[in-house]
Structure formats: C-alpha cells, structure tokens
Design a protein around this ligand. Structure first.
Ligand SMILES: NC(=O)c1ccc[n+]([C@@H]2O[C@H](COP(=O)([O-])OP(=O)(O)OC[C@H]3O[C@@H](n4cnc5c(N)ncnc54)[C@H](OP(=O)(O)O)[C@@H]3O)[C@@H](O)[C@H]2O)c1
Length: 324
C-alpha cells in the first residue's frame, strides 16, 4: 500500500514562486495540492496554466477566514510582502477551537524573517535549530545566496561584507513595475534599494554580521549572482579558503563549491547554489566570493519544499530533482 500524502494549500499561487511550487508539489511522491489560491485566476483550470499538472484542480479565491477550514496539512503563503499577516491572523483565530489542527505555515515573504517565534528555514545553515516548529519563514532569494557565500568565513571576518547583486527580473514578481518591464530593462542594469534593502537587514540579522548589499535587476528572466567582498582579520591562503568551503558544504546536495567563479547563465532552472571564485588579495586579507542561484528555486520554491519535507519528517530532499 502506498503511503498517504500530505495536503498542501498555496495562497498566491498565480505568482512566479507559486507556479514553481505547484510544479514541485505535483511531482512529489508524498505531497499533493489541497488548493491553489488566486483572485485573478479564480475558477480557471490549473492545467491550463501549469503544463506539467495532471488533474482537475481549479484556482479558487477563498477569503482569509475560510482558509483554516480547508483542511490542508500545510499552507504556503506566496503573497507580496506585507500581505501574510491577515492570513496568519485567520489561523490564529481558528486556534481558539481546541479541535482545530494547526497546519504548518510557510511564509515566502519577508514578513516573519525577523520574528523569533518563526523558524527561519535556510536548512544548510539552520536545520540543526529545527525543533518541530509549525511556522516557518522562508529566506529571501538574495539572502540565501549571500548567507551561503559568507557563512564559512564568519569567524574570520573583519568589518562589514559588501555584496554586489544582479538578479533576473522574475525576482520582482508579477506586479508591473520598472523592475520587471522588459522595455526598460533592455540593454540595461537597473540599480535599486542601494542601502537598507530588506535582504541586507535579513542577512545582517541571521549571520550576526553587517552586510552592505547593492542589488540590481538585469534583462534576463531568472537566476541571480552575488559578488561578496570579505575583509579578513588574519591572512589566509586560497587553499585554506577552498578547504573551508568544501568542509562546510560536504554532503550538501544543494550547494556546489567550484574553483572558478560560477556564471548566472548556467543556473537557471537548477535547484542548487553554486559558490566559487575565491579570489584572494596579495596580502591574503581580502577575499572575493561569487554565488549563483535560481531565485525562483533554491531562492524560493525549492527551499520551501526542503522546509515542507523537514516539517513532515520526510527526507529533506524528497521531490527535489537532482539537476544532473
Ligand atoms: N520572485 C522571486 O524571485 C522570489 C524569491 C524569493 C521570495 N519571493 C517572495 O515570494 C512571494 C511571492 O513572490 P512572487 O514573485 O511569486 O510574487 P508575484 O509573482 O507578484 O505573485 C504574488 C501572488 O500574490 C497574489 N497577490 C498579489 N497581491 C495580492 C494582495 N494584495 N492580496 C492577496 N494576494 C495578492 C497574486 O495572485 P492574485 O493577484 O491572482 O490573487 C499572486 O499569486 C513574495 O513575498 C516575494 O517577495 C520571491
């Protein structure tokens, strides 16, 4: 007899991240879709929008108050920043009924990444701190790449780390803006939020080290690259640095340490992060590291799936394609 499946609802399922998550859950051996929420696509068949989905599910647009009654084992909130709290409040209100089984809640926005009551789910760095929490905040896309690129050197850092970032325009979501307007992006590199970006604050908080982040949007659709500039408190060698990264990520299925600097053009559609470059100044005290990642996958949906697997007690990598 096959094992029963955990049922996952997605709120904000029309978006880029929601769509990737639908593809992953539809192919997952132990998960199935309970509902897919979208106001704009309400009533439309899911298979008309997601080519790999086989089934009869249609998009629905339940009110927040109705969400807790829909019986999902987990609910993923794939809404814009600032919109998750109203959904979470509906689950809090439902908890007044002792018979109500709280689903796992995974929030993809930045809304709970600064809240100690939520587990911050960047598994390669935080899985040891997972204690069965039912509320999980999924890290930001750039924040994932920056933390994985800097973490192995944390104890040797001296002063702030500078990160220059470039993302494809899917990072800006589907709501029209300059940052996802192909005409304005053509032949362009668009700087924005050059100080105080939410991912700058997120990484500074979770790495416990000051990061100075300068993001840009490029004309390609998906995939991001960050170049991190690390000042070190003591001189080191390139061999020692490579050994540190290889040790830190030995056995990690979704982190690859390369000798050369990775290229963003090679990461689209793939589920892992690539870290490489490791250029060292002559005095051995300044290190430059490059990391690339598909912002919609390891930067969002794939990471959410790692967190769902963790919350359901499944192998963390169940349902994540191997890339090769
Ligand atoms: N894109 C990325 O690379 C990326 C990476 C990591 C994390 N994230 C985060 O993941 C979340 C989703 O990102 P996304 O890029 O998929 O966004 P998106 O493409 O703009 O989609 C947003 C979704 O939310 C719904 N929505 C929009 N405004 C809403 C509102 N006022 N109230 C309720 N629903 C609303 C939309 O559907 P309807 O309008 O049809 O209801 C849509 O399904 C965001 O918080 C984002 O910051 C994104």
């Amino acid at each position: 007899m096959s094992a029963s499946k955990f049922r996952v609802g997605i709120v904000g399922a029309r978006g880029y991240v929601g769509a990737e998550l639908i593809r992953l859950i539809a192919a997952h051996p132990r998960l199935e879709l309970a509902y897919v929420g979208s106001r704009e696509l309400d009533g439309q068949r899911l298979d008309a929008h997601i080519e790999t989905y086989r089934g009869d599910l249609r998009y629905t647009s339940p009110s927040n108050e109705v969400l807790p009654t829909l019986g999902a084992d987990a609910v993923v909130l794939a809404l814009p920043n600032g919109k998750a709290a109203a959904c979470v409040a509906a689950f809090d209100a439902a908890a007044a009924d002792p018979a109500f089984a709280q689903p796992v809640l995974i929030d993809l926005s930045a809304d709970y990444r600064f809240d100690d009551d939520w587990y911050y789910g960047l598994p390669e760095l935080t899985r040891a701190a997972y204690r069965g929490q039912r509320r999980i905040s999924n890290p930001g896309c750039y924040a994932t790449a920056m933390q994985l690129a800097v973490a192995p050197m944390r104890d040797l850092l001296s002063g702030p780390v500078q990160c220059f970032g470039v993302s494809g325009y899917s990072g800006a979501g589907t709501s029209p803006s300059d940052k996802n307007d192909p005409d304005k992006l053509r032949d362009n590199l668009m700087p924005y939020a050059l100080t105080g970006h939410v991912h700058e604050r997120e990484v500074t908080r979770h790495l416990c080290h000051t990061i100075e982040f300068m993001p840009h949007v490029a004309p390609h659709f998906r995939g991001l690259t960050i170049t991190a500039n690390l000042h070190l408190s003591a001189p080191t060698t390139r061999e020692a640095v490579l050994a540190r990264y290889r040790d830190a990520y030995a056995g990690e299925a979704l982190v690859r340490v390369l000798d050369e600097a990775p290229w963003v053009s090679r990461i689209a559609g793939r589920h892992h992060v690539e870290i490489g470059g490791f250029a060292l100044s002559e005095d051995g005290r300044r290190l430059v590291v490059v990391a690339t990642e598909d912002n919609l996958l390891k930067g969002a949906a794939t990471q959410a799936l790692q967190n769902l697997n963790l919350a359901f007690g499944l192998d963390e990598f169940t349902g994540i394609p191997s890339n090769d």
